[in-house]
Every structure is written in structure tokens, then in C-alpha cells.
Design a protein around this ligand. Structure first.
Ligand SMILES: Cc1ncc(COP(=O)(O)O)c(C=O)c1O
Length: 460
């Protein structure tokens, strides 16, 4: 005989109802954003300034940020753990960044000539990332684009290798297999290279070879198949656009070894990892120095920024004119003033200690809530970054990540948002970022919301 429980709604439907209820609460709190979205659609394509700001139920329009908080146009306050997709390590209006930028605004905002800050910043990046020569760009996309161009120019080869599920910005060569669907991916040992956007010419897509993260054998196999034809590989040393996926021991050193054996190069995309995982990024933290490192986001204190560092040999090729790394706004004085302030006053040892304490608190409380309420989930945290992955087993590559049900992340995002904590809206892919300005109360608000969410969803 059927019991009452067995004829009730399946847990999956209950989860949908939880999401619906939380979206109703969300929408009730956002009338000002709704009005702006309606007006904006008449002059901004899609009503937003970047397509990834189109989120469910709707984009939230912000009025300002201060310290660890942001405020929406309806007057709601949030602990900001969104961090502008990982740029917000300094928090908002950090006094050192404000002072440096204010001072520079008064002295001129653009010259297209080098300034003293360029020397101070490149010297400090060289020290931290153990690579001697640097140049600046205006975004992460520009940094990885220059890295790919440079690897091709230096080796005289056209093919590059990238990892399935890694996002490296929106230039053609890396817009391949960023977030392919399950029916497109092909065999795990030999992923299909899938264009990730319209507008990517087939001829360019065909030059990008795709491997799974943590699969050193696949890289060796590709090099053997295309001997002397691969310019290099670009990879996030810790994957950060599929939740957070750490490298397995020996993977990064192994990549460098097999690539170099074939005369190919290794570029780390540290746009997301960078200063958020430690003072010298993943490069210093994990002890594997690649040929090139790409930085952006957190290194700029909230301004448009980017940098590429490399070996004397490779960047010497740039110095000698072998590859022209150019841009009107490269080394912009405002950006460099902010970068210098970040390196001298924000990303400093005491700040990393404070962040580590917060990280441990978050990870412990979240883990307890997961266990107490029987959630199928795990917390992954590194440096200032962390995420909850709703999976029973550890996620080691994009294929594991594909299987994760993103409704849990969306429900969690809504609980946090309605409870006054702003996380990145693309919950399954993104992470929280603890800034140098967060305090215990901010962290307690997040963990209390998580406990409420776990109790609600764990009981389904
Ligand atoms: C790992 C990684 N690389 C590159 C980029 C591109 O950076 P930007 O958006 O500054 O062009 C991103 C952006 O999210 C990123 O996450």
C-alpha cells in the first residue's frame, strides 16, 4: 500500500518549489531593479552591460559599495561575496586604493607613456610570481590573448591545447569547449573541441586541441600525435570556472615537463587565482613556475587591469620586437596606481592571515551544516575563494562537474541573497571571494544563511 510520503511530490519537485518561493521573495525585494531593467532594455542590449549579467530572476542594480558591503537601488544591504567575479579582493573603497587613484586622477589619467608605478608594479610582480619580465593589459581576455599570440609567435607553431571547462576570456582561440553540453563533449579521453560562442571561425576552432583537467596522459598523447606542431598549453593552475577544481599532485609539473620536451610552452591563466589564492598566486603556492603567467581581476583593486609575466627568453622576444605587445591603455596610470596600492597595502601578509581565519570558519560551519542536514555536498576552499559543490564525490574535471544539479546552487544563491549576502549569480560555476575588508559578522551572516538553506533543502 502506498504511504502518504510515497504519493507526495518527489524531492526534485520540492526543490523546484523552494526555488519558486525564494524567487518570489527575491522579486518582492527588488522593485527598483525591475523598473530599471524595463527601462534599460530600450537602450542597453538585453538591459545589461555584459551578457552574463542577465540572470534569473533578474539582474540586481547596485547603487554603491563600501568596505565589505554593497547596496542595491532598493536600499538593501548585502555582504559582498560576489566580489565582481573575483576582482574584489580589496573590498570596496579601500582607503589605500582610493587615495592612490584620487592622487593620480589629479595628475592625469592617461598618457600612453610609462610612469614610475609601472616599474614598482613589475618589480613586485616579478618577485612574487618568480618571472622576471612583465607587460600590462586592460583585461584578463587581453592577457590570455597576448599569451596565446606570444606562444605561437615564439615557437612558430599554430596549435594550442586548452582544458575542457576552462574559461580564459572571450577571444577566438580560447572560446572553445568552455561549457559544452553533455551531448557535445565526446569521449572523456579525447574531448571534442566545441566552439563556445557564435562568431568563432571554424579554421580557428580547429587550431585548439582540448583535454580534460588533471589528464596528463591526454596532453602527452596530443603532443605525440602532432609532434613539433603545438605552440603551447594554456591552463588555470586551479580550475575556477567549474566551481573550484584543484590540480592532482604532479599534474602541473608534469605538464611543464611534457610540453617542454616537445619544444612547447606552458601558460598559467591566473586571472581568477592570482592574488586571491596567495601573495604569489598559484604559481608560488604550488611551486610550479610556467613560461607565462596571465593576471587580471584582483590585482587591480577594482579597476580594469591585466598583466602578463614571462621568462627572460620569452619576454625577451617581446623586448626585441619578435612579438609586438601593444595597446593604447596598456600601463594606464590610474590602473597602475591602483595595482601598486594593492601590492603594497592590500595583498599583504596580515590580510592573508585574516582571510585564512575566515576561510576556515566558513569551511567548518558549512561542512557541519552539510553533515547535520544530510546534504549531498562538499565545500572546496582555497585562499580567499570557496564554493559548495553539490556532489557526493570530489569533482576532478569538467565531466564530473557536468553531472552536478545546478538547481541546488541557484536555491543556495537565493537563500543567501534574500538573507543579505551577495554571491555570484552563476552559482554552479562561480565561487565566493572573501575580501581583506570582511569581518566575523559578515562571515556569520553567510554561515547562518547556509544553515537555514541546508535545513530547508536537507529535509526535502
Ligand atoms: C580564468 C579567467 N581567465 C580570463 C578571464 C577573462 O577576464 P576578463 O573578463 O577580465 O576579460 C576570466 C574572466 O572571468 C577568467 O575567469
Amino acid at each position: 500500500m502506498a504511504t502518504a510520503a510515497s504519493v507526495g511530490p518527489a524531492p526534485s519537485e520540492l526543490l523546484d518549489r523552494v526555488v519558486e518561493e525564494q524567487e518570489r521573495i527575491f522579486t518582492r525585494r527588488q522593485p527598483g531593479s525591475a523598473a530599471r531593467a524595463a527601462r534599460a532594455r530600450r537602450s542597453l542590449a538585453g538591459g545589461v552591460t555584459s551578457s552574463w549579467q542577465i540572470t534569473r530572476p533578474q539582474a540586481v542594480w547596485l547603487s554603491h559599495g563600501r568596505g565589505s558591503k554593497v547596496y542595491d537601488v532598493d536600499g538593501n544591504e548585502y555582504v559582498d561575496l560576489h566580489g565582481g567575479y573575483g576582482a574584489g579582493l580589496a573590498g570596496h573603497a579601500h582607503p589605500a586604493v582610493v587615495e592612490a587613484v584620487r592622487e593620480q586622477v589629479g595628475r592625469g589619467t592617461h598618457f600612453a607613456q610609462p610612469t614610475d608605478d609601472a616599474i614598482a608594479v613589475s618589480e613586485e610582480l616579478a618577485r612574487r610570481f618568480r618571472l622576471p619580465l612583465w607587460r600590462f593589459t586592460n583585461s584578463g581576455t587581453e592577457a590570455t590573448m597576448d599569451a596565446v599570440h606570444l606562444m605561437r609567435a615564439y615557437t612558430g607553431r599554430d596549435l594550442i591545447i586548452k582544458v575542457e571547462g576552462c574559461y580564459h576570456g572571450h577571444h577566438d582561440s580560447v572560446q572553445v569547449s568552455v561549457a559544452p553540453d553533455a551531448d557535445e563533449v565526446g569521449p572523456r579521453s579525447r574531448p571534442h573541441a566545441v566552439a563556445s560562442s557564435t562568431g568563432i571561425p571554424e579554421a580557428i576552432r580547429a587550431l585548439t586541441l582540448v583535454v580534460g583537467f588533471n589528464d596528463l596522459g591526454a596532453v602527452s598523447a596530443l603532443l605525440a600525435e602532432h609532434p613539433g606542431r603545438v605552440a603551447g598549453m594554456i591552463v588555470e593552475p586551479i580550475m575556477m570556472n567549474a566551481g573550484i577544481i584543484p590540480p592532482t599532485p604532479g599534474y602541473l609539473a608534469g605538464l611543464r615537463e611534457v610540453l617542454h620536451a616537445d619544444g612547447a610552452l606552458l601558460a598559467f591563466d591566473e586571472v581568477k587565482t592570482g592574488l586571491t589564492v596567495g601573495p604569489g598566486g598559484a604559481t608560488a603556492a604550488l611551486g610550479v613556475v610556467p613560461d607565462l603567467v596571465c593576471l587580471a581581476k584582483s590585482v587591480g583593486g577594482g579597476l580594469c587591469c591585466g598583466a602578463v609575466g614571462g621568462t627572460a627568453e620569452l619576454m625577451g622576444f617581446v623586448a626585441d620586437g619578435g612579438y609586438e605587445m601593444v595597446g593604447t591603455f596598456n600601463g594606464n596610470p590610474l590602473t597602475l596606481a591602483a595595482m601598486r596600492a594593492v601590492l603594497e597595502h592590500v595583498a599583504v601578509p596580515e590580510a592573508y592571515e585574516r582571510i585564512a581565519t575566515h576561510r576556515r570558519t566558513v569551511a567548518d560551519r558549512v561542512r557541519e551544516a552539510i553533515e547535520d542536514h544530510g546534504l549531498v555536498a562538499r565545500v572546496v576552499a582555497v585562499g580567499a575563494k570557496g564554493c559548495v559543490t553539490f556532489s557526493a564525490a570530489p569533482v576532478t574535471d569538467y565531466r564530473d562537474f557536468l553531472a552536478v544539479d545546478d538547481r541546488y546552487n541557484h536555491a543556495h544563491w537565493l537563500f543567501q541573497h534574500n538573507g543579505g549576502v551577495f554571491l555570484p549569480p552563476w552559482g554552479k560555476t562561480e565561487q565566493w571571494l572573501i575580501s581583506v575588508q570582511h569581518d566575523e559578522e559578515d562571515i556569520a551572516r553567510f554561515t547562518a544563511n547556509f544553515e537555514r538553506f541546508a535545513r530547508c533543502v536537507g529535509d526535502l
